[in-house]
Design a protein around this ligand. Structure first.
Ligand code: SAM
Length: 242
């Protein structure tokens, strides 16, 4: 048996979400139809200066974005997921001789004490699964350095775009599957992030059409000076407004 056929045989013992090249022309059997959604995130990672940077990949799954960040020069990449990919841990990381670390962590439990602060955070394909979307922005903001970059990929609601909205369909009304319940519109996510000191610098819709919902990749920057500290203390129930 050749090395290539041994590797292909090993790959078959795992179930993969991402298509990741393991030998020239040999990929993990990821979900093909998701590749157009992943491509803008890969482009955003490549466009971000990563040399010597610490990167956090939230909901890393098989590590497509983590490995790309490492390839682009990040000094440390940590992927977290609440369900770790055995294929990534047992096969991909050793096979690719990668230094990416993957940990079983629910993003809602993440604090600066868990892994410290990051220069770049990748938050792709997770937001619409979360029931507590406002809280997650606080969690993410707290683990970013001032001036850090946040790359978000998510489903957005595309109606009533002049109002800041969160569409929260439940059960069969979800456009994906019933665990997907959180869809801001562009103004909703932009304005919400701004209250956390995070500015959306660019966004790119996948279809570009004015359809009820669409995928979008947003590149954002944290500037702590943009946080209204007084109002934030009020929202955090620390002090009343006068
Ligand atoms: C739709 S997949 C997206 C994977 C990858 N980020 C991408 O965009 O291709 C969502 C991933 O997020 C993980 N996830 C969902 N909720 C999470 C949470 N609260 N904390 C950490 N990971 C979570 C899931 O286990 C899954 O691996």
């Amino acid at each position: 048996m050749t090395d290539a056929s041994l590797i292909e045989q090993r790959l078959q013992s795992y179930s993969f979400y991402h298509s990741i090249e393991v030998l020239p022309g040999v990929f993990t059997a990821g979900i093909e139809r998701l590749r157009p959604i992943q491509e803008p995130v890969l482009e955003a990672i490549r466009a971000t200066p990563l040399a010597g940077k610490r990167v956090l990949d939230i909901g890393c799954r098989d590590g497509l974005f983590s490995f790309e960040a490492e390839r682009c020069g990040a000094s440390e990449v940590i992927g977290i997921d609440r369900k770790l990919s055995l294929g990534a841990i047992e096969f991909l990381i050793p096979h690719l001789k990668s230094q990416v670390k993957m940990s079983l962590v629910n993003v809602m439990d993440l604090t600066p004490a868990t892994f410290g602060k990051f220069d770049v955070v990748i938050f792709a394909g997770v937001l619409y699964h979360l029931r507590y979307p406002f809280q997650v922005f606080k969690v993410i903001r707290d683990v970013m350095i001032d001036g850090g970059t946040l790359i978000i990929e998510t489903g957005l609601y595309r109606l009533h775009e002049d109002e800041a909205l969160l569409w929260c369909p439940v059960g069969e009304e979800s456009p994906y599957e019933p665990s997907s319940v959180t869809f801001f519109n562009l103004k909703g996510i932009t304005d919400t992030l701004r209250t956390f000191g995070i500015t959306v610098q660019s966004h790119r819709f996948l279809s570009g059409h004015q359809i009820p919902h669409d995928r979008c990749t947003l590149v954002c920057a944290l500037h702590e000076s943009g946080i209204d500290q007084r109002r934030t203390r009020y929202w955090n129930s620390i002090e009343p407004l006068p």
